[in-house]
Design a protein around this ligand. Structure first.
Ligand code: IDP
Ligand code: MG
Length: 165
């Protein structure tokens, strides 16, 4: 089934200069990249992204981690699209706990558990179609994607935007 998935190269992945390695590993899937950007993650975005984790004892540490408190204050966000994109990407990423992840998966190769107990696993990938839709809509505006994957509508936004001087 054709589907799409949100990928984040987390701040530790960027700090460790793993962007190239991770994208090379992901290219094994032969999926299409249909959106990509660098984002400075606000607390609001971090909390929204990890809303399902808010009862966890490590939630505050997780929010700090994705905001880049311990590394670089940025993540790379991408949308991959194609046949079984969600499951193919999750497979290459490996298990959540980097110590339990297959050694040749991205998380197995590059992840670690910090002394504060956070799984710094260098990459995020959506787990299922519902999560992918919620996450892609959270991280991207419709015109940042080069394919039409979800219905859109036109809306008037009365706000000032920055343009080149
Ligand atoms: P996933 O990223 O494999 O989908 P989730 O359960 O959605 O795993 O957790 C989100 C993120 O929270 C993980 O990628 C990891 O960084 C962190 N995390 C999850 N479970 C634990 C835990 O038990 N201890 C520490 N950090 C965790
Ligand atoms: Mg998850």
């Amino acid at each position: 089934m054709i589907n799409q998935t949100l990928i984040l190269i987390k701040p530790d992945g960027l700090k460790k200069s793993l962007t190239g390695n991770i994208l090379t590993r992901l290219s094994e899937t032969k999926l299409d990249i249909v959106a990509a950007k660098i984002v400075q993650v606000s607390r609001e975005l971090a909390k929204e992204h990890y809303a399902h984790m808010k009862e966890k004892p490590f939630f505050e540490e997780l929010i700090k981690y994705i905001m880049g408190h311990y590394h670089k204050k940025k993540v790379m966000a991408l949308v991959y699209w194609g046949e079984d994109a969600i499951s193919k990407v999750r497979e290459i990423c490996g298990a959540t706990n980097p110590e339990e992840a297959d050694m040749v998966s991205i998380r197995g190769q590059y992840g670690r558990i910090t002394t504060k107990g956070v799984y710094e696993n260098v990459i995020h990938a959506s787990t299922d179609a519902k999560e992918a839709e919620r996450e892609i809509k959270l991280w991207f505006e419709p015109d940042e994607l080069i394919v039409d994957i979800y219905p859109t509508k036109t809306a008037k936004r009365d706000k000032k935007v920055l343009v080149w001087a």
